[in-house]
Design a binder for this molecule. Structure first.
Ligand SMILES: Nc1ncnc2c1ncn2[C@@H]1O[C@H](COP(=O)(O)OP(=O)(O)OP(=O)(O)O)[C@@H](O)[C@H]1O
Ligand SMILES: [Mg+2]
Length: 328
């Protein structure tokens, strides 16, 4: 059986705010196998970043986790001590953010930063400067960066946005990792560069055999890059399936609505978007959080939270429409 790298089970996360507790994650389940590329797709504020930040335990101090488990290679991240967490962040998983200036320090050269990351990875030989330098050059070359020696001597502000993001990809893959998390890595880049950066990310992840969690607003990007898609709505994974299977037959009314918002090249233009708004996290709906916006909601949907139902073909959906008891 393929090894499981990440297993998030029934995860609840809330944020303390002026108006009380915002109950954001509402029982999230997510699994990533070794070498698997997974994407999380959903509207803004549905909890995508919160989900992945919990894996590395880098949530804001206002956050708390009342319930759930996050297993990384079988160990519960929520129970890890300082040294285990350090190991997880330096050699287990790495994260690429939307804005590369957030992860690059403006006062150090790219070379200094890459060498620091390589040094703390604990690989053998990295105590020697020449080994660190060689690994940094190799990592930049692998992301198709021209003139790595010059890049290593540059400060982040001397590079373009696309180059900075490629440096971040090189950084996250310069040392062996089990998992790379990329949180909308191309949103800040122009369209032609977006495609190039995503291709490099996908190709590097595949070459290193590590797993990927990619966050994106775009089903198109998810389809191009990942093997499996998780559709997220208001703190829940409402549906997951292998990419082709999800496109063949999206089951959740939210997935279907979201997919119909993709502009069609064949004509037909843009659909109107999904009527209604994301639910309020301070006072979320009691049953299914999508029920207030769902065209197919039944009385039961407003009362009970639907659990995930396995419909075969590795396809799971959290919706009473697919429950054998139906709307009763
Ligand atoms: N530090 C915080 N304090 C209070 N609320 C927060 C905090 N961080 C996130 N939230 C809230 O949690 C919800 C989910 O946020 P999150 O950033 O996980 O969404 P997202 O799906 O990544 O959105 P986007 O696509 O815009 O990046 C939002 O309503 C947000 O306002
Ligand atoms: Mg986000």
């Amino acid at each position: 059986m393929t090894q499981t790298i990440v297993d998030i089970r029934d995860l609840y996360v809330q944020y303390r705010t002026f108006d009380g507790q915002a109950k954001v994650l509402n029982g999230v389940n997510l699994t990533v196998k070794k070498g698997e590329k997974v994407s999380i797709v959903g509207e803004t504020a549905c909890g995508k970043t919160t989900t992945v930040k919990s894996i590395l335990r880098i949530l804001a101090p206002q956050a708390s986790i009342p319930r759930g488990e996050i297993l990384f290679n079988g160990s519960d991240v929520l129970k890890m001590g300082y040294s285990e967490l350090n190991k997880l962040r330096s050699s287990g998983a790495s994260m690429i953010f939307q804005d590369p200036t957030m992860s690059l320090n403006p006062v150090f050269t790219i070379g200094e930063q890459m060498e620091a990351v390589i040094r703390y990875s604990g690989q053998s030989g990295v105590e020697q400067k020449s080994v660190r330098h060689e690994l940094a050059v190799k990592a930049l070359e692998e992301t198709a960066m021209p003139d790595p020696e010059r890049i290593l001597q540059s400060y982040p502000f001397q590079l373009s946005g696309g180059m900075r993001q490629r440096v971040c990809i090189a950084l996250s893959l310069a040392t062996p990792r089990d998992l790379v998390i990329a949180d909308e890595p191309t949103t800040n880049l122009d369209v032609t560069i977006q495609d190039q950066v995503l291709k490099i990310l996908k190709q590097r992840v595949e070459a290193k055999g590590c797993s990927l969690i990619l966050i994106t607003h775009s089903f198109g990007v998810a389809r191009e890059t990942t093997d499996r898609i998780y559709v997220m709505y208001a703190g829940n994974m409402v549906e997951t399936a292998p990419t082709q299977e999800l496109f063949r037959e999206p089951l959740h009314p939210y997935s279907r609505a979201l997919m119909s918002c993709i502009p069609r090249l064949s004509g037909g233009g843009m659909a109107e978007g999904i009527p209604g708004r994301l639910s309020n996290y301070h006072n979320p709906p009691k049953g299914c959080r999508f029920a207030p916006r769902c065209p197919e909601a039944m009385p039961r949907c407003h009362e009970e939270k639907p659990e995930s139902i396995d419909v075969g073909r590795e396809h799971q959906v959290a919706c009473f429409l697919y429950d054998k008891d139906g709307g009763k």
